[in-house]
Design a protein around this ligand. Structure first.
Ligand code: SF4
Length: 74
């Protein structure tokens, strides 16, 4: 199953990922960084399994992220 990897600690809170796919990304009001919805943290990297239907839209978010901290893995 494909998954998204997010190095949340390096997020600059630009909110572009949320604007592209708000179902999967949320800007935290606590620390101003984006949170990967349904993500689980492991050694600073947040991961969430996604369906193949979500691949393209999250690739778009990964490409648009200015600090390149989103990866989509098949
Ligand atoms: S696009 Fe990247 S830097 Fe911007 S909020 Fe999303 S994860 Fe953070």
């Amino acid at each position: 199953m494909p998954k998204i990897l997010h190095i949340r600690g390096n997020c600059i809170g630009c909110n572009i990922c949320y604007e592209i796919w708000p179902i999967r990304w949320r800007l935290s009001t606590v620390d101003g960084k984006c949170t990967l919805v349904d993500g689980k943290e492991k050694k600073g990297v947040w991961q969430a399994q996604i369906s193949t239907d979500e691949l393209d839209i999250n690739r778009k978010a990964a490409d648009a992220c200015p600090v390149k901290i989103i990866r989509v893995v098949e």
